[in-house]
Design a protein around this ligand. Sequence first.
Ligand SMILES: O=C(O)COP(=O)(O)O
Ligand SMILES: [Mg+2]
Length: 237
Amino acid sequence: MFTNSTKSPHSPIRAAIIDLDGTMLDTIPDFHVAINRMRAEFDLAAITQEAIALMVGKGSENLIRSVLAQDFDAAGVEHRIGEAMDAYQRHYLDINGQHSTPYIDVEAGLKAMRAQGLRLACVTNKPLAFALPLLAQKGLAPYFEIVYGGDSFPRKKPDPMPLLQVCSDFGLKPHEVVAIGDSSNDAEAARAAGCYVLTVPYGYNHGRSIHETDSDGIVESLLQAATLIQTHNHSAH
Ligand SMILES: O=C(O)COP(=O)(O)O
Ligand SMILES: [Mg+2]
């Protein structure tokens, strides 16, 4: 693990940037309820959680465009996107977190990272207005010094912009920071920023195996990520 040869193997990791949907919380059931309530308003048939899991990852607007594209051509999507986004956001905020559950060892992993002195940021493509109350509701907000959403900057993951901003906020070089996520968006953003990246295999990666995604290692849980970072740092100087 941590085999990335572009960085000094001896540089300790001082911060972790952690993804939200598909990494800390299984939010597909929330997406499912909100999307199908929106679809009902448009007299569209319900779609499955499996279909939605393939579309999540590149933020709300991309998601709702993909959802509408199940039924409409490009012009039809364009015509409805504004109203659909309004309906979706209203329904999502209404049920945010009610159907979502944390993955195994998320809080234990965050605790372990903090105990090692790592600084923690959450960078998600979810809108900040969804992410902040969700983290608070699940008791995860206190672990993070910084939370950025998909609408915090002009560009979102897989662009490196939000990750580079965290590095700058923390006063750290990218090679002192590891990003942990469930999708190619996280891995590509981390690579482009020059951060390490660990991936989890249990989230949503656009229907592709996480093994196809270039990373510095696959971890079964955030707790295992914490252990790996500690091992890396013990051999660092
Ligand atoms: O809401 C999304 O599109 C994905 O969010 P994530 O970046 O937390 O996985
Ligand atoms: Mg994710």
